[in-house]
Write a protein that binds this ligand. Structure first.
Ligand SMILES: Cc1cc2nc3c(=O)[nH]c(=O)nc-3n(C[C@H](O)[C@H](O)[C@H](O)COP(=O)(O)OP(=O)(O)OC[C@H]3O[C@@H](n4cnc5c(N)ncnc54)[C@H](O)[C@@H]3O)c2cc1C
Length: 519
C-alpha cells in the first residue's frame, strides 16, 4: 500500500464531515482529506437548498458550529448584515454559506493540512496498517483512518403497485436537482409523507409560483409541530425509570408546563435515555411512538408553520392519515388509490405528480449508497440491530460483521443513529465532531501554542481551579460509588445489576449537558 502519511479521509463534505475536518485542523491533526461527490463543501443536503423560504428548524442561537463558542453563528449573521436574533430561524442557504466560510477560514489557518477532494467513494478497504478509499472513477487513495460522514441518503423506494408505470410523474427523490422545478404551475401533487420533507417540498413549490393543490398522506397523517414562543427554555431534565415510564412522565409534565419546553429540556439527555433503554424498549418506541416523537421533537419555525396553515386554509393542502394501495398512469396525469386510516372505502386521488416525501432512508443496506453496500457485503460493517444506521461502538468505531471494532473505520452523524438516536441535528453532531477529533488527533501533552498543561483544561471549560474542583470532586465520588457497586456486583451478580451502567451513562449525560449549557 502507498503511504498514508497519517492521512484522515472523511467521506462526505456536508455538515458532519466539515465540522470534523475543522475540529481536526484546530487540534493540529491531519493531513485531512475531505471528500465530497458534489464538489460543494460544507452545506450538504440540508443547507444546500437555494430556496429562500427554507428556514432552519433550530434557533440560530443553537446553530454555532463550535460548541464552545455558542454565538459564533449569530456573530457571523451580524457580520453579514443578516438578522442575528439568537431566538430566530435563519435561512438554511445562509447557514450553508456559514459552514463553507468556517471551512475556508480553518483551511487558511492550517495551510497545507486540508485537501478538498471532489469524487464519489464507492469502496473502502481496511487493512492492518491502514485503509484504501476507492472512487467511482477508478482512482484510489490510502488513508490511516477513514470516517464515514455520508449523511442523508435519498428516501427509501416506495413499495407501491403501478409505480413503475408512472415514469417522470413519479418523483422518487424530491432533493434531486431540478425535479420540483419541473412541476407545472397549476399541477396538483400527491405527497407521500407528511413530515419535514413534505413541508420543504410545499414551500419550494410555493416559492416557485406554484398554484396547484396538494394531498399529503402518511400512516398517521401527523404534521410537524411548530416551535414554542421566543425566550422559552428547556424544562424538566431527565426523568427516572425505563424508557416507557420516562415517556409517561414526560407526557404528565407536558400537561402542567409548555410541552415545547419539556421536549427541549429532554433533548440534552436524549442520547443517555436511548443508551439506557433495552433493545426491546427501543424497538417498542420505534414501533409505537416514533411518529409522535418525530413531530414534537423536530419542529418547524413558526413562519413555516404559518405558511403551511395558509395553504390548508386556502384549500390547497389536505393532510390525511391512510395507507397507499396503488397508483396508475392516466392520460393527463396519475391516480393514487389509498384507504383512510380507521377504515372506510378506498379513495382515488388524481394528481399530476407523485412525490416521495418519506425522508432519508436510514437502513444502510437499502440506502443505495455503493460504499455502504460494499462495506456490508465485505463484512467490514454491519447494520445496527434496529437498522437505523451502522453498528458502531461508543467511540463511533464501526463494528464488523462479527461485532469486532474496526481500528481504522469510524462513522458519524445519522449513520450512528442506532447507537445514539439523538444525533441528526447540528447541536448533537457538532459535539460528536469534537469527541471524534479528540480520538483521531489526541493532543501531544504539553505541546502546542495553546494554554499550558496546568491551565489548558481549565481554560477550555472556562472555570477557575476551585470552581473546577467543586464540580470534579462530586463526579469522582459518584464514580467511586458506582465502582464499589460494580465490585459488589462482580462478587454477587444479583446485587446492583444496573447501578454502575446507569451511573456511567448518567454521568456522561450530565457532562455532555454541562458542556452544552456552559456554551
Ligand atoms: C432537509 C433537511 C433540513 C434539515 N434542517 C436542519 C436544521 O435546520 N437544523 C439542524 O440542526 N438540523 C437539520 N437537519 C438535520 C441534518 O441532517 C444535520 O443538521 C446535518 O446537516 C447532517 O449533515 P451530514 O453531513 O451528516 O449529512 P448531509 O447533509 O446529507 O451531507 C452528506 C454529504 O456526503 C456526501 N456524500 C455521501 N456519500 C458520499 C460518497 N460516497 N462519496 C462522496 N460524498 C458523499 C453527500 O453528497 C453530502 O453532501 C436537516 C436535515 C434535512 C434532511
Amino acid at each position: 500500500m502507498r503511504t498514508a502519511d497519517g492521512r484522515i479521509a472523511i467521506i462526505g463534505g456536508g455538515f458532519s464531515g466539515t465540522a470534523l475536518a475543522i475540529q481536526l485542523l484546530a487540534r493540529g491533526g491531519g493531513p485531512v482529506v475531505l471528500i465530497e461527490r458534489s464538489g460543494v463543501f460544507g452545506p450538504g443536503l440540508a443547507y444546500g437548498t437555494r430556496c429562500g423560504r427554507h428556514l432552519l428548524n433550530v434557533r440560530s442561537g443553537r446553530m454555532s458550529l463550535f460548541p464552545d463558542a455558542p454565538d459564533h453563528f449569530t456573530l457571523w449573521l451580524a457580520a453579514q448584515r443578516l438578522d442575528p436574533d439568537p431566538e430566530g430561524f435563519a435561512r438554511r442557504a445562509d447557514y450553508g454559506r456559514y459552514i463553507a466560510a468556517c471551512l475556508a477560514e480553518a483551511q487558511t489557518r492550517a495551510p497545507g493540512r486540508l485537501s478538498l477532494h471532489r469524487g464519489e467513494v464507492t469502496e473502502v478497504r481496511t487493512e492492518a496498517d491502514g485503509a484504501v478509499v476507492a472512487f467511482a472513477d477508478g482512482r484510489s487513495m490510502p488513508a490511516e483512518h477513514v470516517v464515514l460522514a455520508n449523511g442523508n441518503p435519498p428516501p427509501a423506494r416506495l413499495r407501491l403497485s403501478g409505480l413503475e408505470e408512472l415514469g417522470e410523474r413519479s418523483v422518487p427523490d424530491p432533493w434531486a436537482p431540478g425535479v420540483l422545478e419541473a412541476v407545472g404551475r397549476d399541477e396538483d401533487v400527491f405527497l407521500v409523507g407528511t413530515g419535514l420533507t413534505a413541508v420543504d417540498v410545499l414551500l419550494a413549490l410555493d416559492a416557485g409560483g406554484w398554484r396547484g393543490r396538494a394531498v399529503a398522506v402518511s400512516r398517521r397523517g401527523l404534521l410537524p409541530r411548530t416551535h414554542g414562543p421566543k425566550g422559552e427554555h428547556g424544562q424538566g431534565g431527565i426523568p427516572d425509570g425505563p424508557l416507557s415510564v420516562r415517556l409517561r412522565q414526560v407526557r404528565r409534565r407536558a400537561r402542567d408546563a409548555s410541552w415545547t419546553a419539556v421536549m427541549d429540556g429532554l433533548r440534552p439527555h436524549g442520547q443517555a435515555m436511548w443508551r439506557e433503554a433495552s433493545l426491546n424498549e427501543r424497538r417498542r418506541f420505534l414501533r409505537h411512538l416514533r411518529p409522535w416523537w418525530d413531530v414534537h421533537r423536530h419542529r418547524m419555525a413558526p413562519e413555516i408553520g404559518a405558511a403551511v396553515d395558509g395553504l390548508a386554509a386556502e384549500g390547497r393542502l389536505l393532510v390525511a392519515a391512510g395507507r397507499l394501495l396503488g397508483a396508475e398512469a392516466e392520460a393527463d396525469g396519475l391516480a393514487v388509490t389509498w384507504r383512510p386510516r380507521g377504515g372506510g372505502s378506498a379513495v382515488r386521488t388524481r394528481a399530476g405528480r407523485l412525490i416521495n416525501c418519506t425522508g432519508p432512508e436510514g437502513d444502510p443496506s437499502r440506502a443505495g449508497q455503493p460504499v455502504l453496500e460494499a462495506l456490508l457485503a465485505q463484512g467490514a460493517a454491519r447494520t445496527d440491530p434496529l437498522r437505523l444506521g451502522l453498528d458502531v461502538d461508543d467511540e463511533a468505531r464501526v463494528l464488523d460483521r462479527e461485532g469486532r471494532r474496526q481500528a481504522r473505520l469510524w462513522a458519524m452523524g445519522t449513520l450512528t443513529r442506532g447507537r445514539l438516536w439523538e444525533v441528526v441535528a447540528v447541536p448533537e453532531i457538532r459535539e460528536q465532531a469534537v469527541d471524534l477529533a479528540a480520538r483521531l488527533a489526541p493532543p501531544a501533552l504539553g505541546s502546542g501554542n495553546g494554554p499550558g498543561r496546568f491551565t489548558g483544561h481549565l481554560h477550555e471549560v472556562g472555570e477557575t481551579y476551585l470552581q473546577h474542583m467543586a464540580v470534579a470532586l462530586p463526579f469522582g465520588a459518584r464514580m467511586l460509588g458506582a465502582g464499589a457497586a460494580c465490585m459488589v456486583h462482580a462478587v454477587a451478580p444479583w446485587l446492583f445489576v444496573q447501578t454502575a451502567s446507569r451511573a456511567v451513562t448518567r454521568l456522561h449525560a450530565e457532562m455532555a449537558a454541562r458542556r452544552r449549557t456552559s456554551d
